[in-house]
Design a protein around this ligand. Structure first.
Ligand code: UT7
Length: 336
């Protein structure tokens, strides 16, 4: 039977570090507030004058993943690119990355599932591999948030959490009878709560689709009902983890490491508490990167492998909730 196997991973963040105290030059905030409420100590942002897109960050992460997988770009059958912050409005960053990789006609697919981008992307990759539509897939999660945040005091409850960065994974269909690779996945969405976390503009239902007045009203910045999303995240992440374990016929004790989306350290702590799993079994790196949305899980995966928190034979649960609302989980087992 064909199994979807991770052959290589990579991550890249822009070198500019923005510490919590640095944010005080633009807004009324404090290191103490941000650490207490979110666990974040710093984030990486692209240079203030811009010029770097999600595809550029994704390219760096992809190059590392390709090298570790011992693939050349020509080996890729399909690119899946998860981002809520594409380089340009359209076409998608997957197409732009394809060109930057020097490829001519390799198909490219953008996934706009925000924080759940890697979970939807991994599930989509698995489905493409299982159906025989592709066998070697480059999955990238990359975000440039910093250029589209309201960094005045008005937007501080949203802006302080987000960071720029990219993670990538090379996925391959391998024939094996072993219980390895993607073992199970569960996806959910609830459009009823799309207003809880959204960026409204530019909007094609408006005419004109962008105006000076709209910009003056700051409708081009993300807005979030943070308290609501926080509460829902803790509940749903716990629920979807139980669902995916049941689907794979595994128990909590079978899991070596949970790699959750890095939205807020307090969410991940509450998840561990509610699930009654030891905090050491939940991987966190939001302290150094902030919330990098679709990039957070592949960055965390790459770091967890590098730090030997996981390796041969490890069973991992990836889980995320974000705008949409969308949420989901994937169980993955590394080969011995
Ligand atoms: O990744 C996608 C999914 N997103 C999430 O999962 C995020 C979930 N939500 C959260 O992580 C939290 O809601 C936030 C960290 C975003 C915000 O924390 P909060 O505890 O919900 O803060 P709040 O917005 O309710 O604000 C509480 C207080 C307010 O002051 P008053 O009205 O109580 O006097 C805010 O004005 O904290 C104030 N505040 C700040 N103060 C200093 C809000 N943001 C800041 C700030 N610095 N950056």
């Amino acid at each position: 039977m064909k199994k979807t196997i991770i052959k290589g991973t990579g991550r890249y963040v822009p070198p500019r570090i923005v510490k919590n105290d640095d944010l005080s030059q633009w807004m009324d905030t404090s290191d103490e507030w941000i650490r207490q409420r979110t666990g974040i100590e710093q984030r990486h942002w692209i240079p203030e004058n811009g010029g770097i897109g999600s595809s550029d960050l994704g390219l760096e992460a992809a190059r590392i993943a390709l090298k570790r997988a011992e693939w050349s770009p020509e080996d890729i059958d399909l690119i899946i690119f998860g981002t809520l912050s594409p380089d340009i409005y359209f076409p998608g960053s997957g197409c732009i990355l394809q060109h930057k990789l020097g490829l001519k006609t390799t198909p490219a697919l953008d996934i706009r599932q925000q924080c759940t981008g890697f979970i939807y992307g991994l599930t989509t990759a698995d489905a493409f591999i299982q159906s025989g539509h592709a066998n070697r897939i480059l999955l990238v999660g990359a975000e440039v948030h910093s250029t589209a945040l309201d960094i005045s005091t008005r937007g501080r409850h949203v802006s302080v959490i987000f960071g720029d960065g990219a993670g990538a994974a090379c996925l391959e269909g391998v024939e094996t009878e072993e219980s390895v690779g993607v073992l199970a996945s569960v996806l959910h969405a609830q459009g009823e709560l799309s207003n809880a976390l959204m960026m409204e503009l530019p909007s094609h239902k408006m005419s004109p689709f962008l105006s000076k007045e709209m910009l003056k009203e700051s409708r081009h910045y993300p807005v979030m009902d943070g308290r609501l999303v926080f509460k829902i995240a803790v509940k749903r992440l716990s629920h979807v983890t139980k669902e995916v374990l049941q689907k794979a016929n595994l128990s909590l004790d079978d899991v070596d490491l949970f790699i959750p989306h890095q939205a807020n350290l307090r969410i991940n702590e509450a998840f561990a508490n509610l699930m009654n799993v030891s905090p050491e079994k939940v991987f966190n790196n939001i302290q150094r990167y902030g919330n990098t949305t679709a990039a957070s899980i592949p960055i965390a995966l790459d770091e967890a492998l590098e730090k030997n928190r996981i390796g041969k034979g490890s069973t991992v649960v990836f889980l995320a909730l974000g705008a949409g609302l969308t949420w989901g989980a994937v169980i993955y087992r590394f080969a011995e």
